[in-house]
Design a protein around this ligand. Structure first.
Ligand SMILES: C[S@@+](CC[C@H](N)C(=O)[O-])C[C@H]1O[C@@H](n2cnc3c(N)ncnc32)[C@H](O)[C@@H]1O
Length: 287
């Protein structure tokens, strides 16, 4: 694994475990991620860590052993407040309240929240909030797929790829009975690749309450895309994320986590000399 992949694996692990550090040993065996963390601390202390890597680790709260202050979650109800502050985000993650033509789908959605027109969505100042080099991850459902192009254009992104979230239950559909949602990817500027190269384009996670998206996908985005992170139309807070929405709850805690070994004890501080394994689980995709 590359340094970036270990960094992403550490971020995912610490995110899933409330800011703790991964253990160096699990059931008596040295873990690759624990060993990597130990090496970073050791090299940093010895002044031998590459400054760019040291800066990334420091910014992410690695050396503090807890999330840095800028990992605090923030809720905003007006995107123009962020524009006025001059904030720019490396990643925008959006799950818009699309309006549906189909009566049954519209009714199902509007039991839970009001929809927004495509014009109103396109008018949001997302282009001003995205950094020059940025990713846009945009949820879209099958009937509305072609509407996404309008938002890519309005917000200043070029569509390049996407992820399929395969659900475990069959949903509605006059044609195919839908059991997936699409997360489209747009890019702008020089942000033309993912930081990690091991994320598959089909991810199977259980369906939760209406419209709720799997937390694992947020973690995959953190591993793949640059910060700072802005979520549009979110309903929960997350460390390091600025969340815009009118239903955001701070007390919503979802037990979704990535599949990583549970820590058996606190990390050790001395470096250990065990070869790095070739792979380390950073996601729980099915298939
Ligand atoms: C599709 S849901 C997002 C679900 C979310 N991704 C999750 O995982 O729980 C759309 C959200 O946008 C919110 N919303 C609708 N109109 C809004 C508006 N004008 N401003 C802010 N949020 C709005 C809805 O209340 C709803 O919470």
């Amino acid at each position: 694994m590359t340094w970036d992949e270990y960094f992403a694996a550490w971020q995912a692990w610490t995110h899933a475990h409330g800011g703790r550090m991964p253990p160096v040993r699990d059931q008596g065996r040295v873990t690759p991620l624990g060993r990597w963390c130990n090496q970073q601390r050791y090299l940093h202390k010895a002044g031998r860590l590459d400054p760019a890597k040291a800066a990334r680790l420091t910014e992410a709260g690695f050396f503090a052993g807890a999330p840095a202050p800028d990992r605090a979650a923030r809720i905003v109800t007006d995107l123009h407040d962020l524009v006025a502050e001059g904030r720019r985000f490396g990643t925008v993650y959006a799950d818009p309240p699309w309006l549906y033509d189909n009566r049954a789908t519209r009714a199902a959605a509007q039991d839970h929240y009001d929809g927004m027109t495509l014009d109103a969505l396109a008018a949001l100042p997302v282009g001003d909030l995205a950094a020059d080099d940025a990713h846009l991850h945009l949820w879209i459902t099958s009937p509305l797929l072609l509407q996404a192009q309008r938002l890519f254009d309005a917000w200043g992104f070029e569509y390049v790829s996407g992820l399929v979230w395969e659900k475990d239950q069959m949903g509605m559909g006059n044609y195919w009975r839908i059991n997936h949602e699409l997360l489209l990817l747009g890019v702008r500027g020089q942000a033309r690749s993912f930081r990690v190269k091991n994320l598959r384009s089909v991810a199977r996670f259980p369906r939760r309450r209406h419209s709720a998206k799997p937390e694992q996908i947020r973690q995959m985005i953190e591993a793949a895309s640059p910060g700072p992170y802005l979520e549009l139309f979110g309903r929960r807070t997350a460390p390091g994320w600025t969340v815009f929405g009118n239903q955001v709850q701070t007390d919503l805690f979802d037990t979704d986590t990535i599949t990583v070994p549970a820590p058996s004890r606190q990390p050790e501080t001395t470096p250990v000399q065990t070869p790095l394994a070739e792979t380390w689980p950073t996601q729980a995709t099915g298939g």
